[in-house]
Design a protein around this ligand. Structure first.
Ligand code: DSN
Length: 434
């Protein structure tokens, strides 16, 4: 059996080394700061804390209660909201909770953006929305503006009178028109759910408007995409009644154990975003724009040229004239450039195996200190692979380039907080001595 254990260690070690040598452009990922990462390893990972802080069904939770209250307060402050629910363990769990509250019980309708235009699977009949027997109706979309067709969507809201409308999503270079849609939704008594999973860090850093200030009733999100925290979910709202219902549903319907060991890292990340969020978010958007412009000038087809390519962390490339994305993303991976294939708004749903698009996100490389000039270098690497150059040849240059960017910026190191360094050393020592 020791061989199996050696294999487990090998797999983790090789994964860590490999991904640290890659240019990671997956738009839904990020890295925590060293301080947040060190605090992720803690005994709370072994514990249960069902219920709300100080009203648990288990003993032994006094520090979990304390950290949960602190993380909640920090998220409220960061997003200037009245209520935050940090127990969802993912963005999907957060969506499930809110959808259950707004549309559970069957017979209700929800309007969502088209799947090919970026709706997350949890917004669809294939995901939690469908599992809750809520009818998915797709909003009209304008392929020219790469956005919801406001006039047609308003008409549809008035006709369909849904229980709620979902905005936000996973393919999201241009923010949705929250105010216009919220006005129409509210006129028929519908709520607006804004799924900020992808852009939470950009909202925190004020590179995008806060959807709750634009008229959304509730914001769901994951806490590990542009918001560079631990993997998890959050629900934010100013609606007291909605919050109360959400808090009664997240447990016991969607979580039992809510993985409390992530909450110290969430609290740290919230503080870091208060300190460095604006610098980080504005650099992310500048980097995305620089990458898109360089790809375009090198002859790669980038979506949204007439709209300035992007207003978020995402750059979307159309490779339909290059045989589709399926093979190209594998070649990019061979060159140690990690991206994902993605449906584009005009792709048929069955193009999922070989869609026209490659989705690129610059948030993680921004965290490692890359700026506009590095984005140009990355564009050149991508172009060489797309043009058919041997990925292995590009890979060696990618690894050398990446090795110059090892330090995570816009956050705290252990040296910044001697107590944290001491605590981490003690933690590691106790594990080593066990
Ligand atoms: N599927 C993820 C993404 O990459 O956007 C979100 O959960």
């Amino acid at each position: 059996m020791m061989d199996v254990l050696r294999d487990v260690v090998r797999i983790v070690k090789e994964h860590d080394e490999w991904r640290q040598n890659t240019i990671n452009l997956i738009a839904s990922e990020n890295v925590m700061s060293p301080l947040a990462e060190s605090l992720y390893l803690n005994d709370m990972m072994h514990r249960y804390a069902e219920g709300k802080p100080f009203k648990r069904y288990y003993q032994g939770t006094r520090y979990i209660d304390e950290i949960e209250v602190l993380a909640t307060e920090l998220m409220k402050k960061l997003f200037a909201v009245e209520y935050a629910e940090v127990r969802p363990i993912s963005g999907t769990t957060a969506n499930g909770t809110v959808f259950y509250v707004l549309g559970g019980g069957g017979g209700k309708k929800a309007l969502i953006p088209p799947v090919q235009a970026g709706s997350h699977v949890s917004h669809t009949k294939f995901g939690i929305l469908g599992a809750l027997c809520i009818e998915q109706i797709e909003m009209p979309y304008n392929k020219e503006t790469l956005n919801i067709d406001v006039d047609k969507a308003v008409k549809m809201i008035e006709e369909v009178r849904p229980a709620f409308v979902v905005l936000g999503g996973s393919l999201y270079p241009f923010p949705h028109p929250v105010k216009e849609i919220a006005d129409a939704a509210h006129s028929v008594g519908a709520k607006v759910v804004y799924d900020a999973a992808h852009v939470l860090g950009l909202v925190a850093g004020k590179a995008l408007a806060n959807p709750l200030e634009e008229g959304a009733d509730v914001m769901t999100a994951s806490t590990h995409k542009t918001f560079p925290g631990p993997q998890g979910g959050v629900i934010l709202t100013n609606d007291k009644d909605l919050y109360k219902k959400v808090s009664r549903v997240v447990f016991p319907v969607f979580v039992s154990n809510h993985h409390a060991h992530r909450l110290p890292s969430l609290a740290v990340t919230a503080v870091e975003m208060m300190q460095f969020g604006e610098q980080y978010a504005s650099q992310v958007v500048k980097n995305a724009r620089a990458l898109a412009e360089e790809l375009h000038s090198l002859g790669v087809k980038v979506l949204g040229e007439h709209l300035g390519f992007t207003r978020t962390h995402q750059v979307v490339v159309d490779v339909s004239e290059r045989g589709g994305a399926a093979e190209l993303v594998k070649k990019l991976e061979e060159a140690y450039i990690i991206t994902n294939k993605n449906l584009l708004p005009w792709d048929p749903p069955d193009a999922i195996a070989n869609p026209s698009g490659i989705r690129i996100g610059v948030q993680e490389m921004t965290r490692f200190g890359m700026r506009e000039s590095e984005m140009k270098e990355i564009a050149r690497f991508i172009k060489r692979v797309l043009d058919g150059e041997e990925p292995q040849k590009v890979k060696d240059e990618v690894v050398a380039f990446r090795s110059q960017f090892r330090e995570v910026r816009y956050g705290y190191k252990l040296e910044d907080l001697p107590e944290a360094k001491e605590r981490f050393e003690e933690y590691l020592k106790s594990v080593l001595e066990m």
